[in-house]
Design a protein around this ligand. Structure first.
Ligand SMILES: NC(=O)c1ccc[n+]([C@@H]2O[C@H](COP(=O)([O-])OP(=O)(O)OC[C@H]3O[C@@H](n4cnc5c(N)ncnc54)[C@H](OP(=O)(O)O)[C@@H]3O)[C@@H](O)[C@H]2O)c1
Length: 361
């Protein structure tokens, strides 16, 4: 069946400017980390992507190793793009990344020019596109000089294979250094992609120089797209009555059952009560919270919340967040009184692996 996108798809979704750039992103973007590999029916993937586009989600986030198996999310996305969205390429922001484990041997991991350039070529081939809109270095690499990675990103933009470049899971000092370097090169970093949620607030904590990652990004003109804003599903009603068979925890993927401790689930129940008082689901409150105005930087502190969804129903619920993005001071305080760090930041080691270039041995 041929697909015609909803004509009113741009009428409700708010779009925010990414840092100091001219690019805008929807406040909710869709990630294809899980749920788009060969372990999921293509029709289900296709329904989620069509629905997202119909509701104004212009941004789809991928990486070389999303699957399983590695690469299959890009291949599947490429199929859906070709079947349904090929006439809409200029309405889409497609991102990919390299940095984590991808192929065997010394050139399939890290931040070398060798890895980044060849990985992007492979990603383009799998997706059947000439360029990605955003290409990220997926994690800091302590074994590669920062400037090698950044020169590679600059040259990738010059080659036309990515329109913009960004970084993911870099700490505040390394981010400041990278942003300054790239600005001097005339190829400013566009965006940072960190993990961030009500129960994982490392981006708000001051780094070695006293600035948090959010402050650093705002000061250096980088947008922020927050990944795992639902803490992989913890900040939803998914686990309130046990572990569903079709859930990420049951699949023994990246979300370990240990994260569903009694203490964490008790907190989730209390957050769920606050959300219900707001007339929202917990997932919606968690997404609205990510997008709340913060301090001097206001509404655009976080450009977009990057969610995952394993069904159209989940996606729809998450997109309905835009119906209530406002918080009273009392609601924010109630959330802070209940919330604590749930110990779910599985990317913290990668961030800590490289603080800043000068500090390395
Ligand atoms: N840069 C990086 O290093 C990095 C790392 C991780 C993720 N990311 C990006 O961020 C994206 C999002 O990450 P994530 O999938 O962990 O995000 P998330 O939104 O925190 O979690 C998504 C999961 O939560 C559950 N869920 C979503 N909406 C729900 C709802 N309304 N009700 C109940 N359950 C709901 C689903 O779990 P079930 O599958 O159990 O249904 C879904 O798969 C990824 O796809 C990727 O693009 C980037």
């Amino acid at each position: 069946m041929s697909y015609l996108p909803a004509p009113d798809r741009y009428e409700t979704m708010p779009y925010r400017t990414v840092g100091h750039s001219g690019l805008k992103l929807p406040v909710i973007s869709l990630g294809l980390w899980h749920n788009f590999g060969d372990d999921r029916p293509l029709d289900q993937q296709r329904a989620i992507i069509r629905r997202a586009f119909d509701r104004g989600v212009t941004h789809f986030d991928l990486a070389n190793n999303y699957g399983p198996p590695y690469g299959s999310a890009e291949t599947n996305f490429g199929r859906i793009l070709k079947a349904d969205l090929k006439n809409h390429r200029d309405e889409l922001i497609i991102s990919s990344k390299a940095g984590w484990d991808m192929w065997p041997g010394p050139y399939g991991f890290g931040g070398s020019r060798k890895y980044l350039v060849s990985s992007l070529d492979q990603s383009l081939e799998r997706m059947g596109v000439d360029y990605v809109d955003i290409f990220y270095h997926h994690r800091p690499d302590p074994d590669t000089p920062l400037e090698e990675t950044l020169y590679a990103l600059r040259d990738i933009v010059a080659s036309g294979k990515a329109l913009y470049v960004g970084i993911s899971s870099y700490g505040p000092e390394l981010t400041a250094e990278a942003a300054e370097f790239m600005a001097d090169e005339g190829c400013p970093l566009l965006i940072h992609q960190p993990s961030y949620s009500i129960v994982n607030r490392w981006v708000e904590e001051p780094g070695e120089d006293g600035d948090s990652l959010l402050e650093t990004c705002a000061d250096t003109g980088l947008g922020v797209i927050a990944f795992s804003p639902l803490a992989q599903g913890l900040l939803t009603d998914r686990y309130l009555d046990g572990i569903p068979e079709d859930s990420r925890v049951a699949a023994h993927k990246s979300f370990d059952e240990d994260m569903l401790s009694d203490k964490n689930l008790d907190m989730v129940r209390r957050l769920n009560d606050i959300a219900q008082e707001r007339g929202q689901t917990l997932a919606q409150m968690a997404l609205a919270w990510i997008l709340r105005p913060q301090g001097d930087y206001g509404e655009e502190t976080v450009t977009s919340a990057l969610v995952g969804a394993s069904s159209v129903e989940q996606l729809d619920q998450n997109l309905d967040t835009i119906n209530n993005l406002e918080f009273s001071d009392a609601e924010l305080k109630a959330i802070d009184d209940v919330a604590f760090d749930a110990g779910i930041n599985i990317w913290a080691q990668a961030t800590a692996s490289k603080i800043r270039e000068d500090d390395e041995d």
